[in-house]
Write a protein that binds this ligand. Structure first.
Ligand code: DLL
Length: 430
């Protein structure tokens, strides 16, 4: 069954051989471009003892050096830029955990490339020209708002650019303008759902929810699907690859995130090493941008954990590789009492409890030299701490403490939600 509708059918359904030839040609060009235009990149390549002529096809990619976030930070603000400053037309920036920003500059062609990737995502989700789309990420340095906007222009949608916040007004506008597509960071999708429930409102025109920027479990996806009465899509991208949707999204088959492979070459490596990980096994996603001008990344270590799910043609007809929804970041893994786990596993377990809310905190603290975990979660009064502890024990194999709070009582942050907190000796959370 072909469930697909395409923005660029011939590119989205390109044959694997033609795709590989296109990637190889683009890789040769992009390596030459960064080598000729940027001193930092040239030095990195020279330090590996190679020159651009060594890279003839994607099969040669492992000869190239790897980049990471630290390199971006060291080169703040435009030290990695590969075009003249006069060519730049926009920038976005993420601050990250250390507070030193990661900057992404764009040329006009880069904005078109971004819009193209995003427009493919919209069309893949079932958006059609003229559909009202409400864009809820902030319009500012964060790439979410503007990326969704550029793509919506390319896809011919009717844009309602609400940006972040004022949820009751968002719901009113969605009702008044018949919003069909709601986009945002995952925790804001959840917020809209909660406020709609509080207001006893329904949005009959709303059909498509496009959310990302944060890890979300399958059970959270189900909760949002049911709460907003939408088909939920998991959109992926990051500042360093050019923003939201550049990497891709899942299609209506919901069987992995299609990576736009004519624009990005992906590898899965063992975290902290250059060892490739076979398809089907989890590792760190490493991305090379094949078509960006101002700041193409070469073998960028994303820090995101996933695996290659399938390289076969999908039910939607697209041939681009599918990766699993992101498990978490390499440094998100928690090790408590000898058990390794990711926050996503806690979310997956919690969301199966009937009556559970969507807001939770994982608190790690050291008590008499031993790490202890407490999970605070909002829920209806029918849910007890014992019920929470039971599902967590079954999911994790050890027993975190479970504390239940009334809905709306745990703090919420604007933007991406913080789920894991460390309790210092003086009781403060950080
Ligand atoms: O979060 C881009 C974005 C905006 C994606 C809106 C989707 C929706 P950054 O702020 O640079 O960019 O953060 C990128 O967020 O490396 C992942 O760790 C995480 N991330 C992004 N999308 C997903 C997703 C935007 N669908 C970082 N699932 C990435 C899980 C995601 N994590």
């Amino acid at each position: 069954m072909n469930t697909g509708e395409y923005f660029q059918e011939s590119l989205e359904t390109i044959s694997p051989n033609a795709l590989q030839a296109m990637q190889s040609e683009r890789l040769r060009n992009i390596v030459r471009h960064v080598y000729e235009q940027n001193e930092v990149m040239r030095n990195q390549i020279q330090q590996r003892g190679i020159d651009p002529e060594n890279i003839q096809s994607v099969e040669d990619i492992s000869a190239l050096p790897l980049m990471n976030k630290d390199l971006f930070r060291q080169c703040y603000p435009l030290g990695l830029c590969c075009t003249a400053p006069s060519q730049l037309v926009e920038m976005h920036m993420s601050s990250g955990s250390t507070g030193t920003p990661v900057v992404m500059p764009y040329t006009t062609a880069d904005l078109e490339q971004w819009a193209e990737c995003m427009a493919r995502c919209y069309r893949m989700a079932g958006a059609r020209p003229g559909d009202p789309i409400q864009i809820t990420p902030s319009f500012g340095l964060f790439n979410g708002g503007f990326g969704m906007y550029h793509g919506a222009r390319a896809a011919g949608l009717f844009i309602i650019p609400t940006g972040a916040g004022n949820t009751p007004r968002q719901i009113k506008l969605a009702k008044d303008f018949g919003t069909r597509i709601l986009t945002g960071v995952v925790s804001y999708g959840i917020r809209v759902m909660e406020v709609m429930q509080e207001m006893h409102e329904q949005l009959p025109s709303l059909k498509i929810g496009i959310f990302g920027a944060e890890v979300f479990s399958d059970s959270m996806k189900k909760k949002i699907t049911n709460g907003l009465c939408v088909e939920v899509f998991d959109i992926y991208g990051m500042t360093e690859t050019g923003g939201v949707g550049t990497l891709g999204m899942d299609c209506k088959a919901h069987n992995g995130i299609h990576i736009w492979e004519d624009h990005y070459f992906v590898e899965i490596l063992k975290p902290g090493s250059e060892e490739p990980i076979p398809d089907g096994q989890q590792g760190e996603l490493v991305v090379t941008s094949l078509t960006r001008q101002a700041l193409p990344v070469i073998r960028f270590r994303t820090g995101d954990l996933t695996c290659i799910l399938s390289r076969k043609t999908c039910d939607c007809g697209r041939t681009h590789v599918r990766v699993a929804p992101i498990t978490g970041r390499v440094d998100d893994m928690l090790i408590v009492k000898g058990v390794n786990f990711f926050p996503k596993q806690i979310e997956q377990a919690l969301m199966q409890i009937p009556g559970i809310g969507t807001n939770y905190q994982i608190i790690i603290e050291e008590i008499e030299g031993i790490q202890e975990v407490t999970v605070n979660v909002e829920a209806e009064s029918s849910v007890t701490g014992f019920m929470v502890e039971k599902v967590l024990k079954e999911a994790l194999g050890f027993s975190p403490k479970g504390d239940v709070y009334p809905i709306g009582k745990l703090p919420r942050q604007p933007g991406k939600a913080q789920r894991v907190f460390y309790r210092a000796k003086d009781g403060t959370l950080r």
